[in-house]
Write a protein that binds this ligand. Sequence first.
Ligand code: NAD
Ligand code: MG
Ligand code: MG
Ligand code: MG
Ligand code: MG
Length: 339
Amino acid sequence: MAATIWYENDGDLSVLNGKKVAILGYGSQGHAHALNLRDSGVDVVVGLRPSSKSVEYAKEQGLEVKPIEEAVAEADVVMILLPDQHQARVYKEQVEPNLKPGAALAFAHGFNIHYGYIKPSEDHPVFMVAPKGPGHIVRREYAAGRGVPVVVAVEQDPRGDAWAITLAYAKALGALRAGAIKTTFKEETETDLFGEQDVLMGGVNHLVECGFEVLTEAGYQPEIAYFEVCHELKMLVDLMNEGGLNKARWSCSDTAQYGDFTSTVVDESTKDRMRHQLKRIQDGSFAKEFMDDQAAGAPKFKELQEKFSHEKIEEVGPKLRAMFSWNNGPAADADEAES
Ligand code: NAD
Ligand code: MG
Ligand code: MG
Ligand code: MG
Ligand code: MG
């Protein structure tokens, strides 16, 4: 079953003529969507809490900014780019009561629709344009005349125009320059959660920390261990991005390749644990655990953030990263300013 992929000529920007698009939130994705759509000629309003530090920032970039309720009230398309765990409450209190009849609702991740935390009434088209890259890259690539690929989906299509709106939005975001792959809210949500918790973050991050601890416990210098299990990762991932696993292997020594082929660290039992994690995503128990904790003020999440910020590898990490002139120095370690 070949994927359906849409490109630049498949989207018609005029679908958004005379329509107002409200972008709720001005974080990683929010700023990129608002600026890219605006620069594509779309009439954009940014919806923010009046207390948000982003109000001034968005205005400085020439955007119209209003409180969420007012931005929603005048919008024909409302893109919700708030943290996933806060969307349901904001939707109930500030979006739903102000939504124009028939206004389209949009998301960059299927979580709240798929797990039923947000249940829009049937007269609203519901679609997704989910960039496969961080918001800051979505903006940077657009400005360079390129685009970050997206996955797109339609959950509700009461008038038959939801796909046309979706593709027009994706085009305005610059994404059709790269391509939009058709998916569903279910597929995007479940695969996105799986990828981040079992491979990209939960997989790689723990693998790096385990490798660092095994080497240093065995008496090797932490600085050397850092280089071997963390620093070089980026270079391999760059090659993987360019040419897949085979290019990453091709560029390494035969010794490294033989060690890769014969290693038993990741094996069939890893896949069994991945299948277990996938089941918890599919049956909603991961989402429930996360959302219940968030609803209680996120005690477990905060405890884990604190615990994992003190991993052993970070005792030596900052010193070594400072050796690389192409990093931005100590500032690169800080969280990017937002909200
Ligand atoms: P973010 O944390 O960077 O930004 C969230 C914005 O919402 C900020 O402007 C913040 O001030 C505002 N906000 C936070 N709490 C709020 C509240 N209670 N009420 C009103 N506003 C509030 O978020 P993000 O990473 O851009 O994620 C937004 C959506 O995009 C999510 O659905 C996420 O899954 C999806 N997504 C993100 C990325 C990414 O690169 N970060 C990639 C693909 C999809
Ligand atoms: Mg964030
Ligand atoms: Mg993802
Ligand atoms: Mg995700
Ligand atoms: Mg090496």
